[in-house]
Design a protein around this ligand. Structure first.
Ligand code: FAD
Length: 438
């Protein structure tokens, strides 16, 4: 019997999902996009708009993993690679699991070594700056691409264009943002510096604990990232695209086409786009590629706001070590980084660690989720995604490694992938995103 039952995170019932079926007919312009997170969905949508006959394959319903539960920030200001000069100074605290923002599963440490080596290489000042400007090229296009897709599917109501706040409890920690402000200026990121009174004016429902902050202005956020992904997936199926629910087991290039071996049977496609987020590494390694990628897990929990509390935009509480975003469901608090395998069970220590800090910042009451949600950020050592051709194989395209910014970058990635496959010139130089850079 084909297919498995689908547990849908969808808020849109009419996304039409087909379960696996043998030997899909293929045409010359047949493409299968594997992975239906925001990156796969947007790649499928843009390819379909170029006239390709696109199948989107995922083992679960669209956007059931990381693209579902993120903080929903489409951030113009997130242009800073993790591999930054001075990163080694943070290491002792991280290795001792003494930071709320970053902790690790010690058994994952061995797997992190090749990635870690490249992180240190990328943290050299000249590499850091090169990566920052490459990231800025992509980040600068995220909001306009989302706005276009949202307009096409009547999804504008999810979008809030009131920026986001990076807030500091102590003036001394605000001083550490001086370098950031320098790069904002050189990258045309609009921002205002805020004092405590300005913060209270902008967000009167916050408690009076923040001394200073930055208001990143040309940034937006959505009130339900999973529902936005569902709308994009529905655009794709409404225009005739198929979504197949099955689990990829192995990919093989045979008889001038890709044989996609799935749990439910075999599919064929002339071209494949791999957009499996944190799960891409294992598939590519089986094809002979060496991928330095780490999984940075993150959690969320929703809270009911107390009567006196309110929030109109996302906030990064820098000293508290978490992000909070107003969502349709309630206040979504997302945690920092937990290095660990994509497949091991949740260990949501950080959700409990940050909760007292959230309570200091804003009035919260009941927890609205039965248990914390776990997502997996696919992180490259230079914080740049991989977008482009897989050099050793014919008709194999890659779109993964979007780290902390995949929700923002999904639509522009989809456009670039469609440009590359169609032979059009992408809006930005894509050499910087090729896999061969590692
Ligand atoms: C706590 C948290 C907060 C975040 N906040 C933000 C934010 O505010 N803004 C932002 O831009 N980004 C944010 N991110 C990052 C963003 O969510 C990710 O970068 C993005 O969702 C990655 O999308 P993706 O499509 O690459 O992967 P995913 O959404 O993880 O999709 C991968 C898909 O592959 C499928 N799959 C895996 N293996 C198989 C298989 N064998 N066969 C078939 N299908 C398979 C999975 O089911 C899944 O649907 C956040 C992430 C976290 C964890």
């Amino acid at each position: 019997m084909w297919g498995r039952s689908v547990v849908s995170a969808s808020t849109v019932d009419s996304v039409n999902i087909r379960h696996g079926s043998n030997n899909l007919p293929f045409l010359n312009r047949d493409i299968t996009v594997i992975g239906a997170g925001i990156v796969g969905i947007c790649s499928a949508l843009h390819l379909q708009r170029r006239g390709f006959n696109v199948t989107l394959l995922d083992r679960r319903a669209p956007a059931s993993e990381t693209s579902f539960g993120n903080a929903g920030v489409i951030s113009r200001g997130s242009i800073f690679p993790e591999a930054a000069p001075g990163i080694h100074r943070k290491l002792p605290k991280i290795l001792a699991n003494k930071s709320r923002e970053a902790r690790m599963h010690y058994r994952y440490l061995g797997q992190m070594v090749p990635w870690g080596r490249q992180v240190f290489k990328n943290a050299k000042p000249q590499n850091y700056e090169k990566n920052l400007f490459a990231l800025n090229d992509l980040v600068g296009r995220c909001l306009q691409e989302h706005k276009q897709l949202l307009a096409d599917c009547d999804g504008g109501a999810f979008l809030r264009e009131n920026g986001w706040l990076k807030l500091f409890r102590q003036s001394e920690s605000f001083e550490t943002s001086a370098t950031e402000q320098h790069y904002y200026k050189s990258c045309d990121v609009e921002f205002d510096r805020l004092n405590g009174a300005d913060i209270k004016d902008l967000e009167p429902g916050l408690n009076n604990i923040f001394a200073a902050g930055l208001w990143i202005k040309n940034t937006a956020s959505v009130s339900n990232p999973g529902a936005v992904c569902d709308l994009y997936a529905k655009q794709f199926t409404d225009a005739g695209g198929s979504i197949v629910c099955d689990e990829l087991k192995q990919l093989e290039w045979r008889d001038e086409q890709w044989q996609i071996n799935c749990e439910g049977g075999v599919q064929h496609s002339q071209s494949v786009v791999l957009a499996l987020g944190a799960w891409t590494k294992v598939v590519l390694e089986a094809l002979g590629y060496n991928i330095p990628m780490a999984v940075e897990r993150g959690y969320h929990m929703h809270y009911q706001l107390s009567d006196s509390a309110s929030l109109t935009r996302p906030i990064y509480d820098v000293d508290g070590g978490y992000v909070m975003s107003p969502m349709q469901k309630g206040l979504r608090v997302t945690t920092g980084v937990e290095w660990g395998s994509e497949n091991t069970a949740a260990t949501p220590v950080q959700v409990q660690q940050v909760k007292p800090y959230v309570s200091q910042a804003i009035g919260i009451s009941t927890e609205l989720d039965p248990e914390p949600w776990l997502g997996r950020r696919p992180c490259t050592p230079d914080s740049l995604p991989v977008i482009g051709r897989a050099e050793k194989h014919k008709n194999l395209w890659l779109a993964f490694g979007h780290g902390h910014m995949g929700f923002s970058m999904g639509p522009i990635t989809g456009r670039i992938i469609a440009d590359l496959i169609s032979g059009d010139t992408p809006p930005i130089d894509t050499k910087q995103f090729q896999l061969s850079r590692f």
